[in-house]
Design a protein around this ligand. Structure first.
Ligand SMILES: [Zn+2]
Length: 230
């Protein structure tokens, strides 16, 4: 079941305080219209009762699609929380969930994202049957290949399902501060399939898991980390 709760919030534009109902979790098996609402950016969006301006409230949200086995936890880094703390509480919550599950029920493969755009991206790529870790690995390679052109400190890459084809996986370049989409990069699907085969071997998979131990997977941050190391 999807769950909504009432919150007391203040409008970021005019300061008016008001009560709004926000989603804690959405389950698209029982309410498929919520999938559409999420992808159209309408979930946890508020229209101020005072000034009429619209804005989104960044609060934790669980996205669940049992039929397609998709489980994404959006936990934004609000209130100055560090990524390490968010990963720690995610691990604890998953351990607790697995403890509560009956022994014969395999635990869901849960994904952690911390930005709204990552939530939408992750839902799309899982629906496409892509491997999230491999997609972040590809982003890492794209940053490496486009060094100078796409500075990882300022630009992000997002998988773009709508513009992807049977031949190409499409990635859009997004400026981290303006949020503007600036360019598109393609990655051949045949090369993706080749990577799937490479990482099919246990040794290679271990290398990929070492590159992205998780639970939070981010090719851009990993690339910046490796750049910073001597
Ligand atoms: Zn307002």
């Amino acid at each position: 079941m999807s769950q909504k709760r009432t919150h007391e919030i203040a409008c970021p534009f005019c300061g008016r305080e008001q009560e709004v109902a926000l989603w804690d979790s959405i389950n698209v098996d029982s309410e498929p219209e919520l999938r559409e609402a999420l992808l159209l950016n309408r979930v946890n969006r508020v229209e101020c009762a005072g000034c009429g301006k619209g804005f989104r409230i960044d609060k934790p949200l669980v996205y669940r699609d049992r039929e397609q086995d998709i489980f994404v936890h959006f936990d934004p880094l609000t209130g100055g929380r560090a990524l390490a703390d968010v990963e720690k509480s995610f691990r604890e919550a998953m351990a607790e969930l697995n403890r509560l599950l009956p022994k014969d029920v395999p635990p869901p493969e849960a994904h952690l994202v911390v930005e709204w755009s990552e939530l939408i991206e992750r839902v799309f790529l899982l629906e496409e049957g892509l491997d999230a870790r491999l997609v972040e690995h590809i982003k890492y390679m794209l940053f490496q290949q486009n060094e100078g052109k796409i500075p990882a400190s300022q630009k992000g890459l997002l998988f773009d399902a709508q513009d992807s084809t049977d031949e190409q996986l499409c990635f859009v370049v997004q400026d981290r501060s303006t949020k503007k989409l600036e360019a598109a990069l393609n990655f051949a699907r045949a090369d993706y399939e080749a990577l799937v085969n490479v990482f099919d071997s246990e040794d290679q998979l271990a290398l990929l898991e070492e590159q992205f131990p998780g639970p939070y997977l981010n090719g851009r941050l990993r690339y910046l980390q490796d750049l910073a190391e001597p």
